[in-house]
Ligand binder design. Structure first.
Ligand code: GLN
Length: 231
């Protein structure tokens, strides 16, 4: 009706578990994290309402392709292969991959020591692609959720986990503290972007809003809140 400023309501997809970008906060029973705060700030800037839909990471791109989602924010790495099927915003986070091993591991000191080893990681991610391309690796076991890969490592059922650096670091400093350690250098530098269905008009609006949040200090404030330092 006239005078009503009806806002567009969109559906935003996210990963069910990718700490500290998105995770279920057990105290509030709501989703929390850097991506969750970022999408809230973007929605205010652009002026949309949204419903958050959580799913396994590898369900996000198919859901965008079939327009079940209007956008997906899930620490998703901008990759040429993905750019063929979805559109990305400007990059909003720089990351890489890290190797995680048991605390008392002595043999594996870096990438070159993974020959003959069993690696656990997460399905449909850049880490899975990376791990399956390491020369001489014995086996790469993909899990829908990275927490299952970490458990596999702790049980000794896998020799190493390879996954996104911010998640690996968070895990090794929190739940995995005293049980695991990272080894070697940061591997395969990559950048995260927000993904949209091909040709989405929302992409440009969100991209402009992202530029604004980077300029007005909102982005830095959120980055500091979740990563403890300025970007
Ligand atoms: N950045 C990784 C990828 O895009 C993993 C993201 C995630 O697990 N949410 O493949």
């Amino acid at each position: 009706s006239s005078g009503d400023q009806a806002k567009e309501k969109i559906t935003v997809g996210t990963d069910s578990s990718f700490v500290p970008f998105e995770f279920l906060n057990e105290e509030t029973n709501e989703y929390d994290g850097f991506d969750i705060d970022l999408v809230k700030a973007l929605s205010k800037e652009v002026g949309f309402e949204y419903e958050l839909k959580t799913m396994d990471f590898n369900g996000l791109i198919p859901a965008l392709q079939t327009n079940k989602l209007d956008m997906a924010i899930a620490g998703m790495t901008i990759k040429e292969e993905r750019k063929k099927v979805v559109d990305f915003s400007q990059p909003y986070y720089d990351a890489g991959l890290l190797i995680l091993v048991q605390k008392d591991e002595k043999e594996i000191k870096g990438l070159e020591d993974l020959k003959g080893k069993k690696i656990a990681t997460k399905q449909g991610t850049t880490s899975y692609d990376f791990a399956t391309n390491i020369d001489g690796v014995k086996e790469v076991v993909p899990f829908p959720n990275i927490d299952q890969a970490y458990l596999e490592l702790e049980k000794g059922a896998a020799d190493a986990v390879i996954f996104d650096s911010p998640n690996v670091l968070y895990y090794s400093q929190n739940k995995g503290k005293g049980k695991v350690k990272t080894v070697g250098k940061l591997l395969q530098g990559q950048q995260y972007g927000i993904a949209f269905p091909k040709g989405s008009e929302l992409r440009d609006k969100v991209d402009k809003a992202m530029t604004k949040l980077k300029e007005d200090g909102t982005y830095d404030k959120l980055y500091k809140k979740w990563f403890g330092e300025a970007p």
